[in-house]
Ligand binder design. Structure first.
Ligand code: F6P
Length: 422
């Protein structure tokens, strides 16, 4: 009996420090989100427990170029609630691109070897994780991906079950906090919109997907336009009539229209569908930067309906700030799955949530892993948005309620008695 216990204890000790002497490095690439520090902290904590020394690579792939910019995270205090990424980020592409034709893979391989990095965890979207997967396939670098984006457009193959029907949804760390942030911003915007009896056209990040725009509805936005539904000439005519009627029948004579930055909007001038960019310059992954569609829509609304409309770009506000409850639990749960992948040496994979559940219920049980090179871009499912009334549907409401709680609205709409001169 005593002998058996000894053997068991000995085996446990070995398992506990299975990766002793090995080094795992974490990097974050692409746009920041409020959940990256939480992801880094959760991965670091678990990898340290397995016995790894844990390094952080600064500024995404850039930190593996030249002499390298590497920091030791193993025993350092780390604030996972503070948003953004303490490792910082970049849109550096290891592979040649139009913007940068130089192949940086040799430099990256050299630094992986110089710093004796055994395993790399890449926190990113399609671009960062796609590049990591190529490094794994072409060069045999053991990589594990970790999802990240406020756009929520990675194909995580997450099932959302509503009224007996399964929908293929998406849930990426970063989106829950940004959605909550956008909901709060929309609630605030109501008072100004109402005070001036205006139409407020509120522009929302998200690139080619409208997942984030829907969270404005949870803060009281009345109408929404998403990139998934093109605003053709005919649909624009219908839209102007629709909002005029909605505005005139609203008790406060005010409307908030949430507009995705990537909306395809008919341009009378060009005689074609158009998108509005803040800059025509492409990043190293070939993406332009959206920005400005709200101004175009607001001025056309005023011209076509005579109602005073203003544009408001929410920009980085939803993307900034601290990590919220759902993201904290989500990153912690997905980091548990990273442990599973590390123990099975299952590289080239990324942990994802299998099904939508409220954050209180999140457990590793709800996760699975997918090929990290096959993740972008998942638009809104057709059942989540209705083009008939420019509104997100009950199915989307159910999805987002699991993530940020019920929709809210703040209204002060008194009917003061009118006084006539005596
Ligand atoms: O992909 C995340 C995102 O925030 C998009 O929603 C947005 O279009 C883009 O990044 C903005 O990028 P940048 O940080 O380069 O301004």
């Amino acid at each position: 009996m005593f002998h058996k216990t000894l053997i068991k204890n000995d085996r446990m000790k070995k398992t506990e420090k299975i990766f002793k002497g090995k080094t795992l490095a974490i990097l974050s690439g692409g746009g920041d989100t409020p959940a990256i520090n939480s992801s880094i902290e959760c991965i670091r904590n678990r990898a340290s427990m397995l016995g790894y020394r844990v390094y952080g690579v600064k500024k995404g792939w850039k930190g593996l170029l030249g002499d390298g910019e590497i920091v030791d995270l193993t025993h350092q205090p780390y604030d996972g609630i503070y948003g953004g990424t303490a490792l910082q980020s970049s849109r550096t592409n290891p592979f040649p691109s139009e913007k940068n034709p130089v192949d940086r893979v040799p430099q990256i391989l050299q630094n992986i070897s110089r710093y004796k990095i055994d395993t790399l965890v890449t926190i990113g979207g399609d671009d960062t994780n796609g590049a990591a997967k190529r490094l794994y396939e072409q060069e045999g670098i053991p990589v594990i991906g970790f999802p990240k984006t406020i756009d929520n457009d990675l194909r995580t193959r997450t099932i959302h079950s509503y009224k007996g029907i399964n929908h293929e949804a998406v849930i990426c760390p970063g989106f829950p906090s940004a959605a909550k942030g956008l909901m709060e911003l929309t609630l605030r915007l109501r008072t100004t919109t109402q005070s001036h009896s205006r139409i407020m056209v509120m522009e929302v990040m998200g690139r080619d997907a409208g997942w984030l725009t829907g969270s404005a509805i949870f803060g009281g936005a009345d109408v929404a336009l998403v990139p998934e539904v093109e605003m053709t000439k005919e649909r624009k005519d219908f839209f102007f009539e629709f909002i005029k009627e909605k505005y005139l029948s609203s008790p406060t004579k005010s409307l908030i229209i949430a507009v995705s930055e990537g909306v395809r909007w008919w341009s009378d001038e060009k005689g074609a569908l158009d998108m509005v960019y803040a800059s025509s310059e492409l990043d190293e992954y070939g993406h332009p930067r959206f920005g400005g569609i709200s101004g175009v829509i607001a001025s056309e609304i005023t011209k076509r309906t005579g109602i005073d409309a203003r544009a408001q770009i929410t920009g980085y506000y939803p993307r900034a700030g601290q990590c919220r409850e759902y993201d904290r639990r989500l990153t912690s749960t997905l980091a548990d799955k990273v442990v599973d992948l590390l123990l099975r040496e299952d590289y080239g994979q990324m942990p994802v949530l299998k099904e939508i559940v409220p954050y209180q219920e999140l457990e590793e049980f709800h996760t699975s892993s997918i090929d990290m090179g096959d993740i972008g871009n998942r638009p809104l499912p057709a059942a989540y948005y209705s083009s008939d009334n420019f509104m997100f549907t009950d199915v989307y409401t159910d999805f987002l309620t699991h993530v940020i709680g019920k929709p809210r609205s703040i209204e002060f709409n008194p009917c003061f008695p009118i006084v006539l001169p005596e």
